[in-house]
Design a protein around this ligand. Structure first.
Ligand code: PRP
Ligand code: ZN
Length: 287
């Protein structure tokens, strides 16, 4: 018997496929993938990846075929199953939205009463319309939802929007966001001991990568007499590291700060005399 591996299901093709593999790579887990490949063992971590259709992933995890999976929150919301959302992964952001033809007289959700809406998300849409006390005819189709209005099949669509280019090229205009979605890691609540251990090790790396993605390593040069001022501006994890430079009266300041925070303080840093500011990506942040 080989060593126990954690079986992770990821999307074979589509918006989450490449970013999922990229996330594994960032966790130091290399997976070889190729056309037609449906499973692959990591060379350097006890993990085996199954490449599946995204809609199937929650069920495979719930049934124990896979131990964990990476899937869009939209799919979980449409097909509730016995899986647990362990972590939001910060990629694959999109929204489920209602859209109508540009020339339509429908302006708001209220105007949809009595109309026909094509969607692959009938459950989410039904709940949404109920919450708005609007009765419409939900027409379920499994793909190419956006062409439904132009072929006379529906008055509106409810589908995923990411860049918006599919809506645009089909002459549709968004009227309402139904839900926001992103990729999440799901797992079965009742793992056996060994897969739980591996899942824990995987999560440890994963959280390090996720934390790192939100932070930047900042390096800058500053006049020594203004270091206190600069340290106060930098909302770092701890007080920054300060090293003397060869040039007398100048120091180098190193700090880790949230990317968003950095862009808010960059002007104040410059005003405080900071020069040669470097903003570096971080691969891993182990707390
Ligand atoms: C979604 C949706 C649209 C497209 C929108 O499909 O059905 O066709 O993406 O993206 P855009 O706003 O960037 O143009 P998805 O790729 O998720 O495939 P699936 O629904 O078949 O799984
Ligand atoms: Zn899909």
């Amino acid at each position: 018997m080989g060593t126990k591996r954690l079986k992770l299901a990821i999307q074979k093709q589509g918006r989450l496929a490449e970013p999922s593999l990229e996330l594994l790579r960032k966790c130091g887990i290399s997976i070889s993938n190729g056309p037609g490949k449906l499973r692959s063992e990591a060379a350097n971590f006890p993990l085996e990846v199954y490449f599946l259709r995204d809609d199937d992933i929650p069920e495979y995890v719930a049934d124990g075929v896979a131990d964990a999976g990476i899937v869009g929150a939209n799919i979980l919301a449409e097909a509730p199953s016995q899986v647990e959302t362990v972590e939001s992964l910060g990629f694959g952001q999109c929204r489920l939205a209602i859209a109508v033809p540009k020339a339509s007289d429908v302006r708001s959700v209220d105007d949809l009463a009595g109309r026909r809406i094509a969607t692959s998300y009938p459950l989410i849409l039904r709940k949404f319309l109920d919450s708005r006390h609007t009765e419409a005819d939900i027409h379920e189709i499994s793909g190419s939802v956006e062409i439904a209005p132009s072929i006379g099949l529906a008055d509106a669509v409810c589908d995923l929007v990411s860049s918006g280019s599919t809506l645009f090229s089909n002459g549709l205009r968004e009227i309402e966001t139904v839900m926001r979605s992103e990729a999440v890691l799901v797992a079965r609540p009742d793992q056996d001991r060994s897969s739980e251990t591996i899942l824990g090790q995987f999560l440890f790396r994963l959280r390090g990568v996720l934390a790192a993605r939100q932070n930047k390593y900042i390096l800058l040069n500053a006049p020594a007499e203004r270091v206190d001022e600069i340290s106060r501006i930098l909302p770092g994890m701890k007080s920054p590291t300060i090293l003397p430079l060869a040039e007398p009266g100048w120091v180098s300041v190193h700090s880790v700060i949230g990317e968003k925070d950095f862009w808010e303080v960059v002007d104040s840093l410059k005003l405080a005399g900071a020069q040669g500011i470097l903003v570096l990506s971080i691969d891993q942040m182990i707390r």
